[in-house]
Design a protein around this ligand. Sequence first.
Ligand SMILES: [Zn+2]
Length: 445
Amino acid sequence: MDILRYTPAVLSATLIGLCGATFPATATAQADVQPAEVTLSDTEQAMIAWVDENRQAILDELEQHVGMNTGTENIAGLDAYRDLLQADLEQLGFETETFPAPSVEILTCAGGEMAFADNLVGTMRGDSTRRIFMNGHMDTVFPASDEFQSLVIEEDGTLKGPGVGDMKGGIVVMLNALRAVQAQGLLADGHITVAFNSDEEIGSLGSRELLLSLAKDHDIGLIYEPSPPGKMTRSRKGLGQARLKITGREAHAGANHEQGVSANLELAHKVIEIEKLTDYEAGSTVNTGTMSGGEKRNTIPGCAEAYIDMRYLTAEAGEKLKNGIEEIAASTFVSNPDYPEFPTTESWVVLHRPAKPPHDEVDALIAQAMGLSKLLGDDPIVETNVSGGGTDGSIVQSAGLPTIDGLGLNGTGIHSSREASTVDTLIERTKMAAIMLARQIQSGQ
Ligand SMILES: [Zn+2]
């Protein structure tokens, strides 16, 4: 297997090249989307009945999926989960193929690189001319060592578990929507590509190129990420991430203090400057999520590192944050005239998820989802949402593919041990997904 190794500089150039050109600014305020009037056909009623008949099997499947740990770094866990999904897709009549993900070098004091599990792509090539791209990420933020490892179904129908919303629930919705459509004999006509990737939670650094290349050959993107209760996500902030690694000069903190150059002190100055880049009015924020440095109390620290998150509303604002961090990385705050070669700073700054602005075709699908949700249950989608988090929807829409990316469960407490949804939502969203998928297939017939 050929593992392509990106250096941070190459990766950065690649991402920026892709991000720079395609994202229009979206400053104008737009009226919210209103629910569409929808009526259900006999076929659609039959799909709803299929989902109701399979309610327990759907719930059991969610329990199985949630119980399989797929933290992004748990390659063995992701391999096992991917094998399960591959068998499910083949059962549905998809041709499947796995794609290795290039590993990424990480800029830390310890050094090393981050490896990713292979990605899975299923293709169905029926007669419909509407080319549909469906995507879900297999990984969660919960490592194999986490205490939160299985699904709990409470008496009131609350579902709690790692990834129940983000997005094992969404993947179970996808699979059962496909089955419900198949049960009506409609699936084989579909021109559908299903992509399951392994690294969304760390920014899709290994699957990005695959997603971009798939996106180009499709007409509509359907992504089953969670949305907040009662809402459908319409637009998303852009995301970036940065690493800084400072090298100082170690020295004994007592005997030779004056011969040291503290990497920690240099990093501290830089972090204070970087945090000043937050501009709430512009919708731009910076967060130094982790920082560490040094090895011993009595040694001037020779290395320090930080890992930083950026959020922004437009491509221009993203570039501004990126330039700001690079400028600060290039400045020096601590000096020792006897050792002018220290400190040194290496930086890696990427805008890995472009801002995802509203899109007319996506708004039409949101309106359809809102209309359907009113018919399907008592938890209707009543308004849209601007999310501060990015997804693979941001990546594929940046390649020109109109993409709706909040089709999964209503989720709360995402990325925490409080992550939860409900049985009713699971069932309603499966019905909604089946109807929307069938309508997409039929629109190309
Ligand atoms: Zn997610």
